[in-house]
Design a protein around this ligand. Sequence first.
Ligand code: KG4
Ligand code: ZN
Length: 348
Amino acid sequence: MILGIETSCDETSVALLERDGTVRVNHIASQIARHQPFGGVVPEIASREHLQHLFSLVTRSLEDGRATWQDVESIAVTSGPGLIGALLVGVAGAQGLAYGLGIPIIPINHLEGHIFSPYLQSDGASIPLPARFLSLVISGGHSSIYDVRAPHGGPAEVRMLNRTRDDAIGETFDKVAKFVGLPYPGGPEIEKEARKGHADPKRFPLPIAHFKDDSADFSYSGIKAGAIRLAREHQIGVAGDPAALADFCAAFQDALFAQLFDRLDVIWARLKSEGAPLPSEVAIAGGVAANGVLRDRIAEWGNARGVIVRLPEKRYCTDNAAMIAFAGLQKPEAATDPRRVAARSRIR
Ligand code: KG4
Ligand code: ZN
């Protein structure tokens, strides 16, 4: 079995996976309530919370997974990107355990964790990876589309096709939600508001933003600024008219997703023109992939093009250690001496 450890942001998580991707345990201690009074993640609080919860979670994971230390062959740990103090707790913890047990560590880029997460199941072995798939990683810290090639029996190759030039999509949800007085994290709150009554997304039109060059990059700061301007002008907030708040949230959410699909279409057209066999599947991952409206739309997008759509189970959308252990299973060749692993807040 492989033990997974994730502490890059505000979730302390430990998981135990079998070699075929079966998730024995995936424990997550969320710190959301601790950060909520501040309207966002406070790095120092995050580090301390990880330190407090990590080892009891490890012990509980072995117990609940009916496993002993002898069953653990390696430890996959998120080594970056993320909050450095938070990462250090997980990495140092994993190093201590692995060194003591005489087993290797597989350092995992948090984004690789998200990329493969749609192939995990809540029951039984993981879904076999296709030879090529597109992955949309949309979370609080990242917004990128990746071209992933997963040759049978070889290491996966990940090519980044675009990125955000400013804010991440989840961060944009969170900031605008905060401005109108909704609690952190804002994404699920905006989705809930947008579902209320007969929310009319056309009442507050927001442009989706294009670059002068034909770049497929995302840019969410314009939508954020536009949304905040609208909210200010129309006095939209939790204390104001509930119908206006619902319409506003629907419009804002629509604009964010409209840009996502605009860029996906550009990228799809480019891949088509390259002439190689197209990816047979498209997967979404990261916290924003929990959004029901997006899940429906991407399913339609795939159906219209004959592309299989992989939606991660909601428990694997937000940060979790099962996806980190699963990414570890994809790259056994990266197993290394625990002393050679380092936490990095940024990874190119
Ligand atoms: O993947 P994640 O847990 O952490 C990062 O690696 O960033 O993603 C958290 C982000 C937050 O910005 C949160 O607002 C967003 O995911 N999120 C959502 C939904 N659930 C979580 N955004 C939109 N709709 C949701 N239902
Ligand atoms: Zn994440």
